[in-house]
Write a protein that binds this ligand. Sequence first.
Ligand SMILES: C[S@@+](CC[C@H](N)C(=O)[O-])C[C@H]1O[C@@H](n2cnc3c(N)ncnc32)[C@H](O)[C@@H]1O
Length: 324
Amino acid sequence: MSTQYLETTKDVYKQAAETPDVGLCCTTTPVWQLPELSIPTRMLEMNYGCGSTVHPRDLVNNPTILYVGVGGGMELLQFAYFSRQQGGVIGLDVVPEMIEASRENFKQAEVENAWFDSSFVDLRHGDALNLPIKDESIDVAAQNCLFNIFKIDDLKQALKEMYRVLKPHGRLVLSDPICQQGIPEHLQADDRLRALCLSGSLPLQQYIDMITEVGFGTVEIRAKRPYRILASPEYDTQEQLYIESVEVCAIKDPMPADGPCVFTGKTAIYFGQEESFDDNKGHVMTPNTPLPVCDKTAGALASLGRADIFISESTYFYDGGGCC
Ligand SMILES: C[S@@+](CC[C@H](N)C(=O)[O-])C[C@H]1O[C@@H](n2cnc3c(N)ncnc32)[C@H](O)[C@@H]1O
């Protein structure tokens, strides 16, 4: 497989480190507004992500955090906001200029944030495809808008690397564009479009399958938002392509014998006359008490064909709780 696209990617982000490219990744995800958190202007201009990977509920119990593909450092600053300790966030990037740019941005962040010290972030040179990190040493790993650039074999390798470095039950938080229609091959093969996070997107189910195939037993789809339209004449496509961005958390739980638990935001509600309904698989539902369920449980409940159990559609905004 040609690895030329990986070199093109490095060139694109060397340039984006030297001159902030404000429109490079446009996202409708609001930037975290938190008490006493000030994000330097240049860091905001270098927000090259397509969602957020910073979710406070992942950050209990003083986790060791790894962030791969640092960009201008905005999400590392946000993680540091919660961890506030020396080396609490390890930041890796393969482009030396990007590491330097984020280092400069952290200096400015020190000026604007009394609570922040640059030593909270441990910046290192490193490749997502070969992480210089020990096995099972990380609690929370994150990447935003990098993995979609990788071709299938490299994506598999990057996911395997994240799985390797996470502790059991550790969390991989991802944000990436997806495209349900599938991106035509000639656009996928355009190295520069791919590097710009425009043509490597997979359909959501394929993206989830790649994650569960490396062993993650639980997957949460936390957000799905409109991202971009690729249309002619700007792009070489007959069909108008609709790209969305997703926020996903993959948890290194053991793989259940009957397959992964994937939460896409479905909820079951029992509204029968009995005191409760028990499916004898660990789900006891009391009347009109909504129970978030994974897609597997939703399917099993639906297959019972009961008129007194309602199952909602996927919202793709799952935010905790539930069946497994
Ligand atoms: C689209 S930007 C996203 C930056 C950041 N995550 C954000 O949300 O702003 C991709 C980042 O990944 C870095 N990168 C590219 N290839 C990489 C690789 N093989 N390993 C690690 N980082 C890489 C780039 O230098 C850049 O910082």
